[in-house]
Design a protein around this ligand. Structure first.
Ligand code: ATP
Ligand code: MG
Length: 253
């Protein structure tokens, strides 16, 4: 099936950090995320997951290789084009990264304030976003007054504020209990289906991938060791790292 231009296309992406020695965090990564995908990236700690997400989010500069968003090489964009691209990509993190001195409403409004939207438009859009994430009754609360799941909902609403086409999620549920995790994953699925937002989700938990992803790549030591469609790819895993992540021992079949 021809799927058209990928929303994210990565070719030959490498990232080497130089400290007192060289760390090859990403090695020659190729990746296609199609519109509408919920794409999981799974791997152990230190595998390079966050580095990959940070390169796509323009928070890190690749050492080599290309990242295209809807066919445009992001390293070539400047000025207005770069600002427009940043609006296309929402990011959420395990630690929420909320502004503690601002209410829920004003956290969600923050990106819209940066875009110099009118007061009326900000109020209208914030109400809409509060509704989408189910926090209308917490609009005037401060982050310190919220549970972890509620904080992540605020972060999701803020990430959606500028109507992005993609949401990048770095371990969004790793600090949450299993019931709250389920509700956040359900919210991400609803956003994907109802708003047509493509999702990339980084995790070390196989349950997260099984719950929501239609595709997955397994990353180990900066390399993609396996990638494909769910659930087929995990039916007869032969790769040792994949088996480890699945909790399969030598003797399990
Ligand atoms: N700014 C940096 N400077 C030097 N080394 C870094 C930097 N950021 C990441 N690294 C190294 O790159 C490798 C990949 O790190 P990364 O944070 O991408 O892993 P990860 O898969 O997200 O791990 P975790 O699951 O623990 O979050 C690690 O060896 C890490 O120490
Ligand atoms: Mg990480």
């Amino acid at each position: 099936m021809s799927e058209g231009t990928p929303i994210i296309q990565i070719r030959g992406l490498s990232k080497t950090f130089v400290t007192d020695h060289e760390i090859m965090a990403l090695r020659n990564i190729d990746l296609d995320v199609q519109k509408g995908d919920i794409f999981g990236i799974i791997g152990m700690s230190g595998a390079g997951k966050s580095t990959l997400l940070r390169c796509i989010a323009l928070l890190e500069t690749p050492t080599s290789g290309t990242i295209e968003i809807e066919g445009r090489d992001i390293s070539t964009l400047r000025g207005r084009d770069l600002i427009a691209l940043r609006k296309q990509i929402g990011v959420i993190f395990q630690g929420y990264h909320l502004l503690m001195q601002r209410t829920v409403r004003r956290n969600i409004a923050f990106p819209l304030e940066l875009e110099h939207k009118s007061k009326e438009e900000i109020a209208r859009r914030t109400d809409e976003l509060l509704e989408i994430v189910g926090l209308s009754d917490k609009a005037n609360a401060y982050p310190s007054q919220l549970s972890g799941g509620q904080k992540q909902r605020v972060a999701i609403a803020r990430a959606l504020a500028s109507n992005p086409k993609i949401i990048l999620c770095d371990e969004p549920t790793s600090a949450l209990d299993s019931v709250t995790t389920k509700s956040i994953l359900q919210l991400l699925t609803d956003i994907n289906r109802n708003l047509g937002v493509s999702v990339m989700i980084i995790t070390h938990e196989i349950g997260v991938v099984r719950a929501i992803c239609n595709k997955v790549a397994v990353i180990n030591d900066g390399l993609f060791v396996e990638q494909g469609e769910m659930p087929g790819i995990f039916q007869k895993p032969t790769n040792a790292v994949t088996r480890l992540l699945l909790g399969l021992g030598e003797e399990d079949e």
